[in-house]
Design a binder for this molecule. Structure first.
Ligand SMILES: Nc1ncnc2c1ncn2[C@@H]1O[C@H](COP(=O)(O)OP(=O)(O)O)[C@@H](O)[C@H]1O
Ligand SMILES: Nc1ccn([C@@H]2O[C@H](COP(=O)(O)OP(=O)(O)O)[C@@H](O)[C@H]2O)c(=O)n1
Length: 216
């Protein structure tokens, strides 16, 4: 079975997906890492981020490999691991431009659909576009201020600067970020991380919840 967890930036998608995936004994798949890696490589190659043909040609010559694990996803370009470089302010600022390119979205979608299930997939359009037949769908929200306070633990900027950047990115991502009509929407603001994970696990079909955890 595929479980999708979509939501706005810094709503808790990757932490929650990791917790749900661990409980189920399956990997989770971070679609955002592919958009982030394409952005990093485009910036490093000095490409205009709107230049879809240039970016795709570059990605074909230097293919990316996503390694979906339950504990955290890793992404590689050949022998080089990009994972640690993908959550910079520079990538945050450029990624929505790259993610708006239909050609790049098709490139990401093809990689995701080639992955063997079961897994938990997180991003913006996992439940709407990439895996519309997923067995269970969730959509995480929280106010911009709560999200900025959380992200301030991970970025050098102060809360107001992070909040402004999140609001800007939410607006740029709005098209692909609508919740699926059949998604359960969860406001993570008043919940702990474990509270969100348990809320999701409680709504999964019984046979899914009782899977033994493995070492993925
Ligand atoms: N419900 C929650 N309560 C408190 N902190 C949370 C909660 N959910 C996520 N966090 C923290 O917020 C930050 C952003 O979460 P993350 O999983 O990276 O979000 P996303 O993948 O949506 O960007 C992380 O530091 C994470 O530990
Ligand atoms: N399924 C997805 C996942 C990410 N994205 C894009 O990739 C960016 C980074 O996604 P992410 O999930 O890593 O970002 P955060 O929500 O963790 O900040 C988003 O701001 C979107 O522009 C997307 O368009 N569709």
């Amino acid at each position: 079975m595929i479980v999708t967890i979509d939501g706005v930036a810094a709503s808790g998608k990757s932490s929650v997906s990791s917790g749900v995936a661990r409980a189920l004994g399956v990997p989770y798949v971070s679609s955002g890492l592919l958009y982030r890696a394409a952005t990093l490589l485009g910036l490093e190659a000095g490409l205009e981020l709107q230049n879809a043909p240039g970016l795709l040609a570059y990605l074909q010559i230097h293919p990316l490999r996503l390694e979906p694990l339950a504990g955290g996803n890793r992404i590689w370009q050949g022998e080089r691991e990009l994972t640690g470089e993908l959550h910079s302010t520079r990538v945050d600022a450029g990624v929505s431009v790259v993610a708006a390119l239909p050609e790049v979205r098709a490139w990401v979608d093809a990689q995701l659909r080639a992955l063997p299930s079961p897994f938990v997939a997180e991003g913006r359009d996992m439940g709407t576009n990439v895996f519309p037949h997923a067995g269970a769908k969730f959509y995480l929200t929280a106010s911009p201020h709560v999200r900025a306070q959380r992200r301030a633990q991970e970025r050098p900027e102060d809360v107001p600067a992070i909040e402004a950047a999140l609001i800007r990115r939410d607006a740029l991502d709005r098209v692909q970020s609508a919740p699926a009509p059949d998604a359960v929407v969860i406001d993570t603001g008043p919940l702990t991380l474990d509270g969100v994970i348990q809320t999701i696990l409680a709504q999964l079909p019984e046979q899914q919840r009782s899977r033994p955890a493995s070492s993925v």
